[in-house]
Design a protein around this ligand. Sequence first.
Ligand code: NAG
Ligand code: NAG
Length: 685
Amino acid sequence: MGAAERRWSRRERALLWGVLISALDAAWGQLRYSVPEELPKGSFVGDVAKDLGLELPALRDHGVRVVSEGRTQYFALHGKTGHLVTAERMDREQLCESVRQCVLRCEVILDGKMQVYGVEVEITDINDNAPKFEEMELEERMSESTAPGSRFPLAEAHDPDLGPNSLQYYELSGDEHFSLAVQAGPDGDQRPELVLAKALDREKAAFHELVLTASDGGDPARTGTARIRVAVLDANDNAPVFSQEEYTVHVPEDVVVGSVLVIVTASDADEGPNGHVKYSLKKITAKASRILELDPETGALTLVRPLDFEEGDSYELQVQARDGGELFDTAKIVITVTDVNDNSPEISVRSALTEILEDAQPGTVVALLHVQDRDSGANGQVRCSLDEGVPFRLRSSQGSYYSVVTAGELDREKVSEYNVTVRAVDSGSPTLQSSALLALRVLDVNDNAPVFTEARYGARLAENNAAGALVLTVRASDADWGQNARVRYRLSEGRVRGAPVSSYVSVQAETGALYALRSFDYEEVREVRLWVWAEDGGAPALSSNVSVLLEIVDENDNAPQQPQPNTDWRFSQTQRPGTSGSQNGEEGGAWPNNQFDTEVLQAMILASANEAADGNSTLGGGTGTMGLSARYGPQFTLQHVPDYRQNVYIPGSTATLTNAAGKRDAKNAGASGGNKKKSGKKEKK
Ligand SMILES: *[C@@H]1O[C@H](CO)[C@@H](O)[C@H](O)[C@H]1NC(C)=O
Ligand SMILES: *[C@@H]1O[C@H](CO)[C@@H](O)[C@H](O)[C@H]1NC(C)=O
């Protein structure tokens, strides 16, 4: 038959198949077997012989064949057993793909009997496939700001097996942030979705590793997995946070400019610009902004101008840290400036006397001072003092005011001016000090009376003296100043032999020079006792008196002799009336008044004015006038010259003129006016 078949043309064969199919129509489906896929070659499918009711030998005899549809012969007939067996390993998924019922057909042909039996073999599924993901690694990117509940489709897994052997369910393992939801697709497939169960926080976990497992329903079940890596994208969900809520800084006020006082830091957990922090100062006073600068990048607060505790002892600033996403944090910076002893005490003289009367009461305020130190604490505590040994002291009055007061009586005559140094020292370490000078002049008060240089004065005057002769000079000094010290002399009222004293002598007010106003006659007046007052120019004036005793000395009676105009006149120094032996009555030279001419007098005066160093000089003659005071000054007045028989005392000078020759002459000549008296005197002797 085989040979015959081979002889048939293609067309005949087709025709034959058509006849056969129609003839054997009923035979199709008669045999139906079911075998699981993936059986090894030669596995039993069905007992064809038995099922067809054919004896095994008969089958052999009839030349039985099994022909599969298609090219691949999947089945064969086992010659000895008559069993239909697999001729190939069959993979249902390959043969039928997704067809639910995978049926392979073949024919059992009995060539000898011209019989064809159709056999259907259903290839049943076994769980030979695991669910499989196209990609084993899945990457998801998710913003950390994603709202919980959001869903993200995941890639599906595929399992070509059928029914329970196919993909049954998904499972997700990983962490609590994610859960799995499975949606049913339109064709009943399962679509896994990743659900955000809990808010993400990139700053805690930037990645989440999940495992998605797809399982089928086989026994044992097979699974396929995909790793899911969820990258969390940063959202600006973190504000910067300062490391401290308050930064406290203590700095001494003399900290150098350029010093960094504090570095503030704020951290921001975000990434990139969201985490980039910039610093700035807020709520800063104008004063603070002048001296402080904040670096926006580093947060370093730098001193750009000197601090001054006295201008500001603390600064409170607000500092802000702001990220690129406009989230910010604020903190406080409190700078406490500590005092350094950088200020000296300042003494300001609010008011001061430059002069004070010497009779000022103790406690008189001479200056009002204000003392302050701009430092604080001990640095600003000031002690004030004055020089030692001055009659002043400090009196503290209300706080930082001091007054300088007199501490005792002043005496211009001892100290006429003071330079009082006021010192102020603070208690810093080291201390600083300053001083102020008060210059004070002590003004005179008329508190000193004139004081005579002698306790009493006495003078001897030869009788017959010239009227106007200088008797002596009293002298008083006054310790005061100016007008208070200007002494004038006067005679005290008094009477001598019934006549006022002033008729005997006069005193020159300025000089204290006492002049005899008359020519005394020893026989009449032997002594004149008087008082001279010295009075100063103060108001009220102070005065004192001194007693003066003028003794009249008896003179020899000698005939007056006319002096020669060109006689040598001797000039001798310091021979006051009554003190020189030459002036006693016997020895003193007397000049005849009527002969004493102006020329001689001028020579005398000239000699006085030119007092020789050796006390002696030779007088020359010469011509002159009587205008002595005009020429030589007021002390050379020729007041009243009644009698020149006496030695001449030159007013204002300590000089006395005597004439060695004249003595003799005077003795010989005798005085014209006094002859009688002299002779009387002689008689007494
Ligand atoms: C006071 O000071 C002035 C100026 O320095 C000086 O001329 C004067 O002599 C001083 N007086 C005294 C008493 O020290
Ligand atoms: C001289 O001074 C004293 C003391 O002041 C006084 O008592 C006396 O009367 C004075 N004498 C004359 C003569 O003024």
